[in-house]
Design a protein around this ligand. Structure first.
Ligand code: ATP
Ligand code: MG
Length: 425
């Protein structure tokens, strides 16, 4: 027998029972983004490998070991996007979107990283990525955070996530801090994990982010980033904190928060939950003022974030926040019995036209009334519309209430539309 075909490890099917939660979450995300005036952009899933190598940084986990890179038939090196910020910047430069303009944009879809699959960590996963261009901040930095906060409140997640915040300073202050940190790491090199040893010269700030316990213990007395901040970055950060304070958004300042990708400067933030085990970051972002220039454009200030949709879905489910009614996909089920010919199908079309928001499922393939009624009940429909020879002759429909203690009624089409289906018309 042929081997059964399977999905690629770490790449998930999202089955019909699971999509209602996704749709519900995505609707809230879209609505919130629209409330703040953000516009959608769609970019390709595949880009030139050099875009990510240049954009994300050679010494990051993503570029070093997580990219799906392949040669196409023409011999070009292509990569399935591991994140969307570099793609948005590439598109913005290519189409002149940054020319004396401010932009608030978002994009969403699958991302690909060759990681070890586990709960909350997959090889194909979905992000909503939000990017702003042409604004210095800190007001726009604050807006991005307030927007995520507003989304958490709508979803009921506000009690389940905490905000961690940091500033990385400007390039000069980071350079000075880098030197001090390298000098410290050199004295503690034996206590560092292998990744950190390898990175301590090329990307020492990432050592702060190491998940290794030994490395974290060795960092206790490491120089503090905030002692090296330039005055402007310090003022930027203080204003950002003041806006969040006045808006009532709580946060924890975490000086070890540097984030995985190279391109951040000044503000960085993460929304974290303790409900998902090790994969606790549901949203992360910050400022990346150097990225547009690094990818060949004129310098443009930028700030953004990305949310991990699988982790948000998991969190909503874990916290019991998914409303039950979103899984109902049908309002009414149409059941036929006896010799009614085409009457049922034609009637269903008329009802859908008259009541545009009605979700009506026709029992196809026949079967006994009992088995059809069973299916109607399972569909989640509120009412069953029953059509037999009598109903066909009189131009009527019998309505059986599946969720209420109400006697069955027989109505003309007009009566049915005016009463039982009025809410769907
Ligand atoms: P982590 O530290 O968990 O690996 P990251 O810093 O690599 O995250 P980002 O590149 O900032 O993640 O991506 C933004 C968000 O996308 C993360 O906060 C997370 O919610 C989600 N995400 C990242 N990688 C994965 C993955 N492999 N599977 C599922 N979600 C992911
Ligand atoms: Mg990662």
């Amino acid at each position: 027998m042929a081997k059964q075909l399977q999905a690629i490890r770490g790449m998930n099917d999202i089955l019909p029972d699971q999509t209602p939660v996704w749709g519900w979450l995505e609707n809230h995300v879209r609505h919130t983004l629209a409330q703040y005036g953000y516009r959608e952009m769609r970019v390709p899933i595949v880009e030139s490998t050099s875009l990510f190598a240049r954009g994300i940084g050679e010494n990051t986990d993503v570029v070093e070991k997580e990219m799906y890179t392949f040669e196409d038939r023409g011999g070009d090196s292509l990569t399935l996007r591991p994140e969307a910020t570099a793609c948005c910047v590439r598109a913005g430069i290519e189409h002149g979107l940054f020319h004396n303009q401010q932009q608030r944009i978002w994009t969403s879809g699958p991302m690909f990283r060759y990681e070890r699959p586990q709960k909350g960590r997959y090889r194909q996963f979905h992000q909503v990525s939000v990017e702003t261009f042409g604004m210095d901040g800190p007001d726009i930095d604050a807006e991005l955070i307030l927007m995520t906060w507003s989304l958490w409140k709508k979803l009921g997640l506000d009690k389940h996530v905490t905000l961690e915040l940091n500033t990385l300073g400007d390039l000069d202050s980071r350079q000075r801090y880098r030197e001090a940190l390298i000098a410290y790491l050199e004295q503690h090199v034996d206590a560092l994990d292998e990744d950190s040893k390898r990175r301590m010269y090329a990307n020492p700030l990432r050592v702060l982010d190491s998940k290794d316990k030994g490395t974290q213990a060795a960092l206790v007395d490491a120089p503090k980033l905030h002692d090296y901040l330039d005055d402007e970055s310090r003022a930027h950060f203080e204003t950002l904190c003041a806006i969040l304070d006045d808006a009532g958004v709580k946060y924890v300042i975490n000086q070890r928060l540097v984030r995985g990708l190279d391109y951040y400067n000044r503000t960085v933030f993460e929304w974290i939950t303790s409900a998902l085990g090790a994969q606790g970051t549901v949203c992360g972002g910050g400022r990346y003022d150097g990225l547009v220039e690094q990818l060949g454009g004129k310098p443009v200030k930028a700030c953004g974030f990305a949310m991990g949709m699988e982790r948000l879905v998991l969190l909503l489910e874990t916290c019991g926040l998914v409303p039950e009614e979103i899984s109902t996909t049908v309002d009414a089920a149409l059941v036929t019995f006896g010799d009614v010919g085409t009457y049922g199908m034609v009637l269903a079309e008329r009802l859908r036209e008259a009541c545009p928001s009605l979700r009506l499922q026709v029992s196809c393939g026949g079967g006994s009334v009992k088995s059809q009624m069973k299916k109607a009940d399972k569909s989640g429909a509120r009412i069953a519309l029953m059509v037999g020879e009598d109903e066909k002759r009189d131009g009527k429909v019998s309505v059986k209430f599946l969720r209420e203690e109400k006697p069955q009624v027989t109505l003309t089409l007009d009566e049915l539309i005016a009463t039982e289906l009025a809410a769907n018309c």
